[in-house]
Design a protein around this ligand. Sequence first.
Ligand SMILES: NC(=O)c1ccc[n+]([C@@H]2O[C@H](COP(=O)([O-])OP(=O)(O)OC[C@H]3O[C@@H](n4cnc5c(N)ncnc54)[C@H](O)[C@@H]3O)[C@@H](O)[C@H]2O)c1
Ligand SMILES: O=P(O)(O)OC[C@H](O)CO
Length: 389
Amino acid sequence: MAPSLEDNINNKSNSIAAAVAGGGIIGDEMTTRVTVVGSGNWGSVAAKLIASNTLKLNSFHDEVIMWVFEEILPTGEKLSQVINRTNENVKYLPGIKLGKNVVANPDLESAVKDANLLVFVTPHQFMEGICKRLVGKIRADAEAISLIKGMEVKREGPCMISSLISEQLGINCCVLMGANIANEIAVEKFSEATVGYRKNKEIADKWVQLFNTSYFAVTAVQDVEGVELCGTLKNVVALAAGFVDGLEMGNNTKAAIMRVGLREMKAFSKLLFPSVKDSTFFESCGIADVITTCLGGRNRKCAEAFARNGGKRSFDELEAEMLQGQKLQGVSTAKEVYEVLRHRGWLELFPLFSTVHEICISRLPPTAIVEYSEHTPKYSLVGGPAQFF
Ligand SMILES: NC(=O)c1ccc[n+]([C@@H]2O[C@H](COP(=O)([O-])OP(=O)(O)OC[C@H]3O[C@@H](n4cnc5c(N)ncnc54)[C@H](O)[C@@H]3O)[C@@H](O)[C@H]2O)c1
Ligand SMILES: O=P(O)(O)OC[C@H](O)CO
């Protein structure tokens, strides 16, 4: 039988007591403290995963702090207070107990100040503002990991979210991506995930230890950019899959979208970062995330509704109605990718990526996703020089 929460707490305090009695120095101040910055659908599941491990592992402090972007619920109560009273994120992950050692904190500065490990998991559009608020407020020796699938485009060019965190906060930042639909992991269905790290394998192993469970199998690869770009770009492919679902085009068409999408993901990643490894596309963050996201993700679902409505209802409207506060990442990512492609003169190399954005902004109808024209070959799935990468 799996150990209960109480068993884990008792086992852990017994081993700490034994270590102290035996002259070991496992004291409260010696343990690693974890803060999760974000408390949406995936943020809440990440906190649950981590909290189950901090209870079991002596090197971690039991308590996991989860920063909550405060909201007032329809009942008039504060979300953070309800999470702490019920141990559930009633808005973003209803029905799932997070673990009694997850503590919601709406004060960003106090949530991060003692953390040795910072787990960033908010929608990507909020990260620039969050980083600005965190400058000078975190431990200088903190390590970070980003679970965020998205990027920013600045005047100097594209900036991955892990780089934004590293550059603004002056800390190392790994990434964790994968075929990870949060609601499935919340009910402990088996998934895999990929940690991307830059140089330090020891810190990558620490992250694997923090996230790995019997139902969440984590592998580390030395390719931050490759892993993060897979997680980011698959959301554009998911929109294309949703369009063909909305057009009722069937499985063969959707498989074609996945194949061409993966090819463009690889080409785009390698053009931006030649160090990106081919093997990364065969990890959970690559092919597996393309498949799960094109079958069951939120981007796919909203894009299907968009195409069914002939593009007449905007993504903002559909997101608000269908996701109730959760956020799509694909529409803004498609725009950001398009800006990079246009700026670098690569639009014709990436027919799928560029067409998705043009459909999202209603410059093209949803049917353009599979149309072939001799005159405008960039709107075709067939060909596209991205195949040569
Ligand atoms: N949900 C999933 O299945 C899943 C799985 C893997 C990765 N991800 C990625 O994780 C990241 C976070 O996704 P999520 O599902 O946890 O979030 P979500 O889609 O549930 O987003 C809602 C969150 O955004 C917060 N928020 C709203 N306005 C804000 C503001 N102005 N500033 C800061 N926060 C604000 C809300 O409080 C809430 O916590 C995304 O990049 C997503 O692509 C999600
Ligand atoms: O629901 P989506 O479309 O944001 O995708 C969720 C995860 O990224 C799938 O791995």
